[in-house]
Design a protein around this ligand. Structure first.
Ligand code: KIV
Length: 262
């Protein structure tokens, strides 16, 4: 079974392959394929909930996704994303909410941000709750950023991000997600840290990679960010299957004798 120690030990030895999952059947496939970390991302808000941002998803909804994914997984490390306002309010809220994810089978939680939540992260780790950090384009701050823009491109922002990455490492996180930042900055952070970095839109120098499952499967036509590579065209395949089914039902060619009982 993959543990947070396994992930730490992979730095410099083996690239870490991570994907998101929100439901049982896809989590089974990811686990059987040998994905190291399965993130129950709050991107569920966009991907399965059709929301424009990740802000609306609730604790209860994230708990449901975490429960069904955890049930499916035998080997991978399951990390639950803490949704907006589940950890920013008080340390008590953060501990209580993180603990609820662990009770359902997650092995750790991911929190977005650096300096403002450092003491919260320290508290979670002191209580035995592993934490994955997340810097760069942290989607819960989309309104602060004014859109899903590249982060850390000015010298000042890059310097601050490097400092925050080191502070998060000192606070005890086991890995750090770097989202939508220049690859040279991701390289600097990766070289500076002793814990693994996991990139998404952060270039080739991170210790691992994470993407949203539905993006690599080609589920949506209208969302094709530069950093996503599509390994399938599942949206088109589903549409073709549904159209064929509809036609056969309308024409009366399905159900046929082969799919009926005597
Ligand atoms: O919610 C999410 O999907 C994420 C990404 C890092 C993949 O946080």
């Amino acid at each position: 079974m993959v543990t947070t120690d396994t992930i730490r030990g992979m730095k410099g030895n083996e690239k870490i392959a991570c994907l998101t999952a929100y439901d049982y059947p896809t989590a089974v496939i990811l686990d059987r394929a040998g994905i190291d970390v399965i993130l129950v991302g709050d991107s569920a808000a966009n991907v399965v909930g059709g929301e424009r941002t990740t802000l609306p998803i609730s604790m209860e909804e994230m708990l449901y996704h975490t429960r069904v994914v955890s049930r499916a997984v035998a080997n991978a490390l399951v990390i639950a994303d803490m949704p907006f306002l589940s950890y920013q309010t008080t340390e008590h809220d953060a501990v209580f909410n993180a603990g609820r994810f662990l009770k359902l089978g997650a092995c750790g939680v991911k929190l977005e941000g650096g300096t403002p939540i450092l003491s919260t992260i320290e508290r979670l780790i002191a209580l035995g709750i592993p934490v994955m950090g997340h810097l760069g384009l942290t989607p819960q701050s989309v309104h602060q950023f004014g859109g899903y823009k590249l982060q850390g491109s000015s010298e000042k922002d890059a310097k601050r991000m490097i400092e925050e990455a080191v502070s998060l490492q000192n606070a005890g996180i086991f890995a750090l997600v770097l989202e939508k930042i220049p690859s040279r900055l991701a390289r600097t952070i990766t070289e500076r840290l002793t814990i693994p970095t996991i990139g998404i839109g952060a270039g080739a120098y991170c210790d691992g990679q994470i993407l949203v499952l539905h993006d690599i499967l080609g589920m949506f036509d209208d969302f094709k960010p530069k950093f996503v590579k599509r390994y399938a065209e599942i949206g088109r395949d589903i549409m073709n299957a549904v159209l064929r089914y509809k036609d056969e039902v309308k024409q009366g060619t399905f159900p046929d004798l082969e799919h009926s009982f005597e």
